[in-house]
Design a protein around this ligand. Sequence first.
Ligand SMILES: *[C@@H]1O[C@H](CO)[C@@H](O)[C@H](O)[C@H]1NC(C)=O
Ligand SMILES: *[C@@H]1O[C@H](CO)[C@@H](O)[C@H](O)[C@H]1NC(C)=O
Ligand SMILES: *[C@@H]1O[C@H](CO)[C@@H](O)[C@H](O)[C@H]1NC(C)=O
Ligand SMILES: *[C@@H]1O[C@H](CO)[C@@H](O)[C@H](O)[C@H]1NC(C)=O
Ligand SMILES: *[C@@H]1O[C@H](CO)[C@@H](O)[C@H](O)[C@H]1NC(C)=O
Ligand SMILES: *[C@@H]1O[C@H](CO)[C@@H](O)[C@H](O)[C@H]1NC(C)=O
Ligand SMILES: *[C@@H]1O[C@H](CO)[C@@H](O)[C@H](O)[C@H]1NC(C)=O
Ligand SMILES: *[C@@H]1O[C@H](CO)[C@@H](O)[C@H](O)[C@H]1NC(C)=O
Ligand SMILES: *[C@@H]1O[C@H](CO)[C@@H](O)[C@H](O)[C@H]1NC(C)=O
Ligand SMILES: *[C@@H]1O[C@H](CO)[C@@H](O)[C@H](O)[C@H]1NC(C)=O
Ligand SMILES: *[C@@H]1O[C@H](CO)[C@@H](O)[C@H](O)[C@H]1NC(C)=O
Ligand SMILES: *[C@@H]1O[C@H](CO)[C@@H](O)[C@H](O)[C@H]1NC(C)=O
Length: 692
Amino acid sequence: MGSPHATILFFFFLFFPTTFALPLCTDSSAPVTLKAPLPFCPYNGSSCCSSATDSSIQNQFKSMNISDAACASLVKSVLCTKCDPFAAQLFTIEPKLRTVPVLCNSTFPGNPVRSKDTTADFCAQIWDTCKEISIQNSPFLPSLQGAAGVSATSSKLTDLWLSETDFCNEFGGPSGGDTVCFNGKSVLFNSTQSSVTPKGICLERIGNGSYLSMAAHPDGSNRVFLANQGGKIWLATIPEEGSGGTLELDESSPFLDITDDVLLDTQFGVMGLAFHPNFTDNGRFFVSFNCDKVQSASCSGRCSCNSDASCDPSKLGTSNGVQPCQYQSVIAEFTANSSSSSPSASTSARPTEVRRILTMGLPFTSDHGGQILFGPADGKLYFMMGDGSTKGDPFNFAQNKKSLLGKILRLDVDNIPSKKEIDDLGLWGNYSIPKDNPFADDSERQGEIWALGVRNPWRCSFDYERPSYFLCGDTGENGYEEIDLITKGGNYGWRVYEGPELFQPTSTPGGNTSATSIDAIFPIMGYPHSALNNSVGSASVSGGFVYRSAADPCLYGRYLFADLYAGAMWVGTENPVNSGNFSSAITPFGCSQRSPVACDTVEGSSLPSLGYIFSFGEDNSRDVFVMTSKGVYRVVRPSRCNVSCPLENKDGDDGDRAPGAASSTAGQLEKLQQLKLRILVIVFLLLLLGFS
Ligand SMILES: *[C@@H]1O[C@H](CO)[C@@H](O)[C@H](O)[C@H]1NC(C)=O
Ligand SMILES: *[C@@H]1O[C@H](CO)[C@@H](O)[C@H](O)[C@H]1NC(C)=O
Ligand SMILES: *[C@@H]1O[C@H](CO)[C@@H](O)[C@H](O)[C@H]1NC(C)=O
Ligand SMILES: *[C@@H]1O[C@H](CO)[C@@H](O)[C@H](O)[C@H]1NC(C)=O
Ligand SMILES: *[C@@H]1O[C@H](CO)[C@@H](O)[C@H](O)[C@H]1NC(C)=O
Ligand SMILES: *[C@@H]1O[C@H](CO)[C@@H](O)[C@H](O)[C@H]1NC(C)=O
Ligand SMILES: *[C@@H]1O[C@H](CO)[C@@H](O)[C@H](O)[C@H]1NC(C)=O
Ligand SMILES: *[C@@H]1O[C@H](CO)[C@@H](O)[C@H](O)[C@H]1NC(C)=O
Ligand SMILES: *[C@@H]1O[C@H](CO)[C@@H](O)[C@H](O)[C@H]1NC(C)=O
Ligand SMILES: *[C@@H]1O[C@H](CO)[C@@H](O)[C@H](O)[C@H]1NC(C)=O
Ligand SMILES: *[C@@H]1O[C@H](CO)[C@@H](O)[C@H](O)[C@H]1NC(C)=O
Ligand SMILES: *[C@@H]1O[C@H](CO)[C@@H](O)[C@H](O)[C@H]1NC(C)=O
């Protein structure tokens, strides 16, 4: 049997051969918002071209010396699709670029009738218009042209291709489904999210424990690892849905206990947990936590407030008696107990750290993220780091490319350099910088950076079906909680912007970045604090998952997220699918009548009271879990809450229709939403932790 990792990759390639869903350029970066329309290519707004690329396309076009105006105009439109915000889908990702984008032809399902008048058969239109026209340096050469010895200098399509069918077999492609093609005008999407809007989210409580992090066991089994904030990691078995079972976990024998090394406080503790893609062979796993250098000798990284980052630690002062960089962010590598027959069989880890991957001193005591995740497609370790600041990122770390603060970082933990190389390169620990990181070759930037301008990324995930979809919740400051679609080199705007609005900093010893100097990428979803109907003034987003479980077909393909304080959940919908165009709606949730552990309810109602929604998790069945201060909840089939979802297959399941059950109907859920919030606000006023 191959490793699960290999199996997963195999499935990706099987089902997603060439699509790079979402707006993405051929160099994997996100399109930028043009400040002015391009002079040559007809793009305004979002585009993959700078004015330099635009003028090089203009030169390429001129060099073709196409005499016929109609053909010239078509060829120009074809060349200019490099500027399209969906260029990666049309040309694929470097270095395997096509010379010509996928040209719409008529073979997509549902339209067997070919008509050369419609843009649906753009490929045939190009053939008809250009077939007898000479084109110098033609982009329409056969891919084996060099080997076949065909002259590249000047050619007609009829010199290169036998027929239209021959030509369109090479360059044509369908529109429809999840693929896009170019029809001469714009990229066509033909796939909309199911129109059945989810009426509610049905949860069951499977355990009482409070955890911050969940990681599915890499062996594909029904087991997960759960980490609490204090320093214990448990191996737990997920009960089958409907079995009535609870989370099986032996509290007294954790998989790993690093409590003694961990600094525990409101925003400190074990913040993340990630298993190497080859864990089943190599037993490697990684824990992200915070430590106090006064308490622990191994807690001794460089200070992130340094001269590179235009920050002088001696000027920061102390906050509550804590010196700058006394507290640190750490990623440490551990290994499963190797005396077991295989890592998958291990029920414990070796208690001592194998290797310190990264240690970095924090300037202040808040907003330092800490989640770690392996990219499912690239096997690199992503580390979500907040701006580390107090209010308003006064040192402007998040925009400073010489600082690791306020960034999504990407590390290679498979190639560990020597101590000398680590020192020479100025790395923060035992990792190397992936060659395809956006600033890998720029000595003036920190090569670890994958994306910048984030404030405090609180929970990111990769869509299981589309690994190019990397979504993060980024907690806001005064007004707006956001969800970002993270792309290579993307700048998510903080603290020039908070969400979609310009941010006004109150203290700026580290200077400002002007809005005109950056190409900020705006959130794909989010909510203003005012939407929470609470006067507490605390809001903090918890990013979740694109739901890929079969349990609730009405949620399938939609993104779930929540607010940590308000106990509110949202469902994000992308329409059309793969367009990057999302909208979100606050969605009521209920508790299954068959919940293995009874849900606490909001006083005076049957609605569940979840406590603080810390984060989300996903297991190997792609079920989504909500981890809160009151326990672990699983999203289950909607009928268990008597929530209607016409897509649900209820064969062999009587749902929660047992007579006499005081079930929460969707209607009740909606009615009681406000009551619940009011009560939660009162409860939370007493408990306020100041997380945001
Ligand atoms: C380009 O887009 C901007 C903003 O949408 C708009 O104000 C401007 O008129 C557009 N320019 C052209 C030439 O279409
Ligand atoms: C462009 O084509 C015209 C004929 O269509 C020809 O006279 C001219 O020399 C060509 N120019 C170049 C630079 O090849
Ligand atoms: C999209 O494709 C479906 C079949 O996959 C077809 O029935 C439908 O008419 C198409 N819609 C558009 C707008 O092309
Ligand atoms: C349309 O494109 C597909 C995919 O490349 C190709 O297989 C098919 O032959 C093309 N159809 C025509 C009519 O050229
Ligand atoms: C959860 O807590 C409740 C109430 O304290 C208790 O009755 C129940 O046994 C606990 N369940 C589990 C699975 O620990
Ligand atoms: C994982 O293991 C496979 C097979 O043993 C190997 O080909 C691959 O390079 C490994 N990947 C990593 C990231 O170590
Ligand atoms: C490692 O596993 C072996 C065999 O299962 C067991 O005897 C040993 O106690 C374990 N060691 C630790 C530190 O858990
Ligand atoms: C690399 O790992 C070793 C072993 O954990 C550790 O002693 C050393 O300090 C680490 N190097 C850095 C730069 O963190
Ligand atoms: C930064 O901008 C704010 C207003 O947005 C201004 O009050 C402040 O003086 C600026 N600071 C610096 C160092 O330019
Ligand atoms: C706040 O109240 C408005 C109006 O009643 C409602 O539409 C909205 O969903 C509420 N927001 C939350 C988070 O409950
Ligand atoms: C984006 O989604 C919204 C809401 O579903 C929809 O109204 C709008 O037409 C979509 N925009 C585009 C460009 O598809
Ligand atoms: C479930 O919903 C249906 C229709 O909304 C209603 O008739 C039925 O009484 C509900 N069942 C329970 C147990 O609440």
